[in-house]
Design a protein around this ligand. Sequence first.
Ligand SMILES: Cc1cc2nc3c(=O)[nH]c(=O)nc-3n(C[C@H](O)[C@H](O)[C@H](O)COP(=O)(O)O)c2cc1C
Length: 184
Amino acid sequence: MRIALLSGTNRPGSNTRKVVKHLEAVYRAAGVDAPVLDLVDLPPTLFAPEAYAEHPAAFTPFADTFLRADGVHVVVPEYNGGAPGVLKYFIDMLKYPESFARKPVAFTGLSAGIWGAFRPVEHLESLFINLGSYVYPERVFLPGIATHLEEDGSLSNPVSIKRLQTQASGFVDFAARLKKPVEA
Ligand SMILES: Cc1cc2nc3c(=O)[nH]c(=O)nc-3n(C[C@H](O)[C@H](O)[C@H](O)COP(=O)(O)O)c2cc1C
């Protein structure tokens, strides 16, 4: 079982990446392969207008990691009431439809403010449904993200830690059931 973790911003030192790091450990502890797609690592050439016609070779590992994952867990911060533009651009650069069709996807949102990225999560869910993905219904929202984090970047809030644990284990089960059709 392979669950790719998509860190939904390219802001260096982002809190999103800290939540992804936590989830990476949760998945690995459950014996799940959990490659991280960190948008901060995207090749600059991907942002040239020509990339729509021909993706740079350096983007191939990103596209393949997404494509080959049994499920994708997206961690998205709230930027101006939506998702970071780079996350939508990344989605737009992936192979369609094979990257998305029947792909299990889960969402965790975080923000500085009180909404916990509720709007970007809802928007991304409708976007992925439109692309033919299977959206895992249990979302986790982390509003006031600074109150969830220690100085070393680790998560400190026991309620949030429990919610992320429950979400991750439920998502693994969800993705596994979709991978192997249940026998009649
Ligand atoms: C461009 C930008 C826009 C933001 N807009 C909002 C916002 O609309 N609502 C909010 O609660 N926080 C907003 N924030 C704060 C982020 O939610 C906060 O930085 C949080 O740590 C998650 O983002 P990060 O992964 O970049 O750290 C914004 C941050 C940036 C960089």
